[in-house]
Design a binder for this molecule. Structure first.
Ligand code: ADP
Ligand code: MG
Length: 384
């Protein structure tokens, strides 16, 4: 059993006492930027603010956010490597700091996991079990099992320097999983790998999650990793949770404009400053009525931002006329870049045999938005 509860955790990295004029100017800039934050501090960089979450036994959660949003800090706090000045971290109801390090049963994999260079792959993977004084035959059994799952069976006698980047990272994952930890923490583990290797590593993680009961927390700035792996996504920005919900919900009902634009490729189209008029708004020449809940959140004459994903724009014989600028092909999708009254839009179509062959620059097409898939945001960026 491992469930994790973080309550109202804030983390500040104090400024260094030393440093010249340049350093003090940098500090001033950080402090100015932090003034608008709900939690303010004059002592340092605020890396995490009022963070609360519960992660249950066996869950696979992704923490997604841009660089500097506090992901690594959060992971280090969950691992007990960093002690936040505010808030509590509990494992199965016990304060993390009260649990002996050896009893925590947490494994971590980082982006640049350094293997022991003078030891074989076998020795690298076996190490956590040797530390536990497990009998030799049992170690061999466990190492072979995990090597089988991670596709390393024929690499066990090799030295780390003889491995490719992807293989090294598989050894790191194998070493983390071999002791069947209660909690596996991964910090951008595949960031340095090429797309094909990344795909393989994702498949491997999924398989491991099915085979072991480990709770997995996966930190990444890559939305594709998060969407394709996790059942639940926590989106972080400036150390603040933007949304914590199932992957489906984050994609289909983003709570704010940031989440809408951060998740989904191509990036969600946003049509800014659309005026609400008599309880409705106009998009691509069509009027859409606000529903009752939306009406409560905005008044007539208000300006709103309207979001529509490229996959929810239909190209056909209805709607408004737009002009094709260029076309990209990504896997089975055709991404059509359009110009509409000086605005740039992207629409996405599945390429299929029955469909049209292609679009040419300058083609005029009619576009229409799926009325059930329109996202409305107020000028603060919150979902209406
Ligand atoms: P991420 O992993 O999302 O890129 P981090 O958790 O590494 O973000 O960093 C969050 C913020 O905290 C950043 O502004 C970063 O500069 C700052 N930070 C991280 N580690 C330290 C540290 N040891 N000392 C001072 N500031 C830090
Ligand atoms: Mg990081």
């Amino acid at each position: 059993m491992t469930d994790i509860r973080l309550e109202d955790v804030s983390m500040i990295y104090p400024f260094h006492k030393v440093g010249g004029l340049f350093y003090r100017k940098e500090q001033q800039k950080i402090l100015e930027a932090q003034k608008a934050m709900p939690y303010t501090s004059n002592e340092g960089v605020i890396a995490l603010q009022h963070f609360s979450a519960r992660i249950d036994q066996g869950e696979f959660v992704a923490v997604l956010g841009p660089s500097g949003s506090g992901k690594t800090t959060l992971l280090r706090i969950i691992a007990g490597l960093e002690r936040p000045p505010l808030g509590t971290v509990r494992y199965d109801g016990c304060d993390l700091q009260q649990i002996d390090i050896d009893d925590r049963d947490i494994a971590m994999v980082f982006q640049n996991y350094s293997l022991y260079p003078n030891q074989t792959v076998y020795q690298n993977i076996a190490f956590p079990l040797e530390v536990k004084h497990m009998p030799r035959e049992e170690i061999a059994r466990e190492v072979e099992k995990i090597a089988g799952l991670t596709g390393l069976t024929d690499k066990l006698r090799k030295m780390p320097e003889e491995l490719s980047g992807g293989e090294k990272q598989r050894v790191a994952v194998a070493r983390a999983m071999v002791k069947d930890p209660k909690l596996l923490l991964l910090d951008e583990p595949f960031a340095n790998l090429d797309p094909l290797m990344k795909k393989k590593m994702r498949e491997l993680l999924r398989k491991l999650h099915e085979n072991y009961e480990t709770t997995i927390i996966y930190v990444t700035h890559d939305q594709y990793d998060a969407i394709s792996l996790a059942e639940r996504i926590i989106i972080l920005k400036d150390g603040i949770t933007q949304m914590d919900a199932s992957t489906e919900e984050v994609y289909n009902r983003p709570l704010n404009r940031f989440c809408g634009e951060f998740l989904g490729l191509p990036v969600m189209n946003i049509i800014e400053d659309v005026r609400v008029d008599k309880g409705s708004f106009e998009l691509f020449g069509e009027k859409h009525a606000l529903n009752a809940a939306q009406k409560k959140k905005c008044r007539d004459r208000d300006l709103i931002d309207v979001g529509i994903r490229g996959t929810n724009i239909q190209i056909g014989d209805q709607g408004v006329k737009a002009e094709v600028e260029y076309v990209e092909i990504i896997e089975a999708d055709r991404i059509i870049h359009l110009g509409l009254e000086g605005r740039k839009l992207t629409a996405v179509e599945k390429i299929n045999d029955a469909g049209r062959l292609t679009y040419l620059k300058g083609d005029a097409v009619m576009i229409k938005a799926d009325p059930d898939r329109i996202h409305l945001f107020d000028k603060e960026g919150n979902r209406i």
